[in-house]
Design a protein around this ligand. Structure first.
Ligand SMILES: *Cc1c(COP(=O)(O)O)cnc(C)c1O
Length: 406
C-alpha cells in the first residue's frame, strides 16, 4: 500500500480497504459452506460496513444481505440489491420500517418479539401482502466475549425465549394470519467468538425446535466469527468454520431425525475487519510525567471501539515499520474526551510531526460507527483492488456538516 500517495490524493484520516482480501474471505466462506442435504446461504451483516461500494461487491459474489434499519435497507435499494436476498433484523422496527419492508417485498423479516409480530400482522392485513419471517430466538447460549457484546443471556433485549408465553402467542398469531409465513428461526449469540462450541450448542437447540414443525424450516445462526485485531487473536480459519457448522448440522439432523430446508450464517466483522486500515497524520507529540502521547488527526470519531469496548488495535508508523521500537506510546485523538484513545501502551519508534500512522483491522464498525462529535468531518473511504485505488465515499465537507441545520 502506498500510504504517502494515498494521503496526497485523499487526505487523512482515511479509511482504506483491501478489496482483494475481502473477496478472498468471502470465497473462503462461500466455497466451504455447502451441503448436499440442505440449502446453504451466506449473508453479509451489513452494519459492519454498509456503503454502496460494499453492497455492489456483495452483489458480484451473489451474497445475501442483513440490514437492521431503514437506512441500511434504503442504501441496498439504491444500489439495486435484490430485495428477496435481504434479511431485516432489529429489536424495535418501527411501523415505517416494517411498512417499507413489506411494500418493497424484502425477502425475510426476522421478527424479534410479539409486539413486532402484531404490528406486522396489521400491516400485512392492510396491504394484503405476504411476508416470510424468521423468529429471533434467545436460546440461552452465551458466547464468552466482552460482556457488552454478548446478546443471548435471558435478559437480552434481543429475541424471545423459547417455550415462553410470548413464543407460544407468536406461533398462534402466525397460524391465524394468512399473510405471515414462518420460514425458520434465527439466533445470534454474540460477536468476536473464537470457539465453535457455542454454535454447536445453538444448532442442537434449534434442531430440537424445528423438528416440532411439519415442514422443513430454515436455521439462521447469525454471525460473530472472530477476526484478527492484534497478534493475540487467533480466529478459526473461515473455511473450517464453514465446514464445521455444516457438518455439525448434518450430524445433528441425523441424530434427531429432523429435516432442514436451509442453513444461513451472517458474518459481518470477519468479512471486512482485517481488510480495513485507517491512515492518520501525527500532529503533536506530548510527554507527560508518565506518558508519551502521539496525537493523530482523527480518533474516537472514526473509531469508537477502543472507548466503547476497550478494543485493541495494532499500529505502525509508515516508513518506520522496521525501526527500533523504543517508545511506549499512547495514541490519542483530537476530541475533547480523555477517553479518546485509539491505542494505549504500544511500542513504536520515535515519531515526528507529519509522520503517517496506520492502524490495522479497522474495517468493521469503524466507518459505520463514526460520528461528527466535535464536528469532526467523516473521513473518506477508498477501496483498493488489483493495486488500483478508488474513492468510494467522499470526505465530508464543512458545508455538508451543517447543511441540515436551520
Ligand atoms: C451484528 C450481527 C451480526 C454480525 O456480527 P459480526 O460479529 O459482525 O459477525 C449478524 N447477525 C446479527 C443479527 C447481528 O446483530
Amino acid at each position: 500500500m502506498n500510504y504517502q500517495n494515498l494521503k496526497e490524493k485523499y487526505g487523512t484520516p482515511l479509511y482504506i480497504y483491501d478489496v482483494d482480501l475481502m473477496k478472498d474471505i468471502i470465497c473462503k466462506y462461500q466455497n466451504n459452506f455447502k451441503s448436499n442435504q440442505f440449502e446453504t446461504e451466506l449473508i453479509y451483516a451489513s452494519k459492519a460496513l454498509n456503503i454502496k461500494a460494499m453492497l455492489r461487491l456483495l452483489m458480484r459474489y451473489n451474497l445475501s444481505l442483513d440490514v437492521v434499519s431503514l437506512g441500511e435497507l434504503y442504501t441496498a435499494k439504491m444500489v439495486g440489491f435484490p430485495m428477496e436476498k435481504i434479511y431485516f433484523h432489529g429489536n424495535n422496527k418501527s411501523l415505517e420500517e416494517l411498512t417499507y419492508a413489506v411494500k418493497e417485498a424484502v425477502g425475510t423479516i426476522v421478527v424479534d418479539n410479539l409486539m413486532e409480530l402484531e404490528l406486522l400482522h396489521q400491516i400485512t392485513q392492510e396491504l394484503k401482502k405476504n411476508v416470510h419471517i424468521y423468529i429471533r430466538l434467545n436460546v440461552g447460549v452465551e458466547a464468552h466475549t466482552h460482556k457488552y457484546i454478548v446478546t443471548a443471556h435471558v435478559d437480552s433485549k434481543f429475541g424471545v425465549l423459547y417455550q415462553g408465553k410470548e413464543y407460544a402467542e407468536m406461533l398462534d398469531l402466525i397460524k391465524q394470519s394468512s399473510y405471515i409465513h414462518l420460514q425458520g428461526f434465527h439466533s445470534h449469540i454474540g460477536s468476536q467468538i473464537f470457539d465453535l462450541a457455542p454454535y454447536d450448542a445453538t444448532i442442537k437447540k434449534l434442531v430440537e425446535i424445528i423438528k416440532t414443525f411439519d415442514q422443513p424450516l430454515d436455521i439462521n445462526l447469525g454471525g460473530g466469527f472472530g477476526t484478527t485485531y492484534t497478534d493475540a487473536d487467533h480466529p478459526i480459519p473461515y473455511e473450517e468454520v464453514s465446514k464445521h457448522l455444516v457438518q455439525t448440522m448434518e450430524n445433528e439432523l441425523m441424530k434427531q431425525n429432523a429435516h432442514l430446508h436451509k442453513i444461513c450464517i451472517e458474518p459481518g466483522r470477519s468479512i471486512v475487519a482485517e481488510a480495513g486500515q485507517t491512515l492518520y497524520t501525527i500532529g503533536g507529540i506530548k510527554q507527560t510525567p508518565n506518558k508519551l502521547y502521539y496525537f493523530i488527526d482523527g480518533g474516537m470519531t472514526d473509531n469508537i471501539r477502543p472507548a466503547l469496548y476497550q478494543a485493541l488495535y495494532h499500529a505502525e508508523i509508515v516508513g518506520k515499520e522496521n525501526q527500533f521500537k523504543n517508545k511506549i506510546v499512547t495514541i490519542a485523538g483530537k476530541c475533547c474526551e480523555s477517553g479518546d484513545i485509539i491505542i494505549e501502551n504500544i511500542l513504536l519508534p520515535e515519531a515526528q510531526r507529519n509522520d503517517l500512522l496506520v492502524t490495522y483491522s479497522t474495517g468493521a464498525y469503524g466507518y459505520s460507527m463514526s460520528s461528527n462529535y466535535n464536528k469532526a468531518l467523516t473521513p473518506a473511504v477508498v477501496f483498493v483492488e488489483d493495486g488500483k485505488d478508488e474513492l468510494v465515499v467522499k470526505r465530508q465537507s464543512l458545508a455538508e456538516l451543517i447543511e441540515r441545520e436551520i
